[in-house]
Design a protein around this ligand. Structure first.
Ligand code: NDP
Length: 299
């Protein structure tokens, strides 16, 4: 196993995300100059979940660093669903806001689906609205969920044209597994979606030229499940007790074992994770251009 910064097998999501943010900043500067348009992202946080607070802070900071407007709305944990829906309605109608993100999970008195349904699909930069899921499935101009789009960007950057490749995605959630499958299908892969009821999962994985793990189970995908020469994308973020003072962050893939067989692999941390916010910013720029009737930048 190597896994260092100089290791040619490593897909460096941190570096790719930094490059994407730099391109976004250039495009934002051009939009301001040529169209008097400053894309704006509103992030809504309900409650005080520590992990969510960290995510929201990073989103706000990176939004501002790329020259966009960041609007943060922090509501108390006991907020009623009707009050959150009223805020979303206000943001839907605010011309300075081009993207709306409601940080999940929400407190239990609020129905997440009702909240997602209330966001204007044109401003749904998370791509979770059913209209955007439908557009993605039917090849329309969707807002695409950030994490899977980030994975696709990393794969295309490393492998170029993905046509004809066998892709296996382990996990079928609406936010990662399913949109990932749609994106890889759109890129002309032959796609298999595996899940908790899949038989002979190891054999299914061994057929993959591209193996995407989005399971939420630490190091579940073993090294000998990886076909020699495959590209492995590890979406998993799991905190495990490794005996130190802080929990250790690991993916869904046994990195050391998979690294032996893979031709390319994302590490955890530093692989898929940094892509999610960078793609959120990209989606906000795309949403702003669509809303203003300006040609979409190639991002
Ligand atoms: P979900 O819990 O919503 O989905 C997990 C999926 O894995 C389900 O489809 C489930 O199958 C499947 N699964 C569970 N156990 C097994 C098993 N033993 N064998 C095969 N499949 C199994 O998770 P998410 O999709 O939301 O997230 C997946 C991982 O990605 C998590 O670690 C999460 O933290 C991480 N993540 C990372 C992001 C990032 O920014 N990098 C963003 C989003 C998520 P079934 O449907 O049959 O139950």
């Amino acid at each position: 196993m190597n896994g260092t910064a100089n290791d040619p097998k490593i897909i460096d999501g941190k570096a790719f995300a930094a490059g994407l943010r730099a391109r976004i900043a250039e495009i934002v500067a051009g939009l301001k100059q040529q169209h008097d348009l400053t894309p704006g992202l509103a992030v809504v946080l309900v409650g005080e979940d520590p992990a969510s607070q960290v995510y929201v802070r990073s989103k706000g900071k990176q939004t501002q660093e790329t020259g966009m407007n960041s609007f943060e709305h922090k509501l108390p944990a006991e907020t009623a669903q009707a009050d959150l829906l009223a805020l979303i309605d206000k943001l839907n109608n605010d011309p300075a806001v081009h993207g709306i993100l409601v940080q999940l999970p929400l407190p239990k008195q609020i129905d997440e689906q009702s909240v997602i349904d209330a966001i204007d699909p044109a401003k749904d930069v998370d791509g979770f609205h059913v209209i955007n899921a439908g557009r993605l499935a039917t090849g329309g101009a969707a807002m695409v969920p950030c994490t899977p789009l980030g994975c696709l960007m990393l794969l295309q950057d490393r492998l170029g044209d993905l046509s004809g490749m066998a892709a296996v995605i382990v996990g079928r959630s609406n936010i990662v597994g399913k949109p990932m499958a749609q994106l890889l299908l759109g890129a002309n892969c032959t796609v298999t979606i595996a899940h908790s009821r899949t038989r002979d999962l190891a054999d299914v994985c061994r057929r993959a030229d591209i193996l995407v793990a989005a399971v939420g189970r630490p190091e579940m995908i073993k090294g000998d499940w990886v076909k020699p020469g495959a590209a492995v994308i590890d979406v998993g973020i799991n905190r495990i007790d490794a005996g130190g003072d802080k929990p250790k962050l690991v993916g869904d893939v046994d990195f050391a074992g998979a690294h032996e067989n893979a031709a390319a692999i994302t590490p955890v941390p530093g692989g898929v994770g940094p892509m999610t916010i960078a793609v959120l910013l990209r989606n906000t720029v795309v949403a702003a251009c669509r809303q203003a009737g300006i040609a979409e930048p190639d991002l």
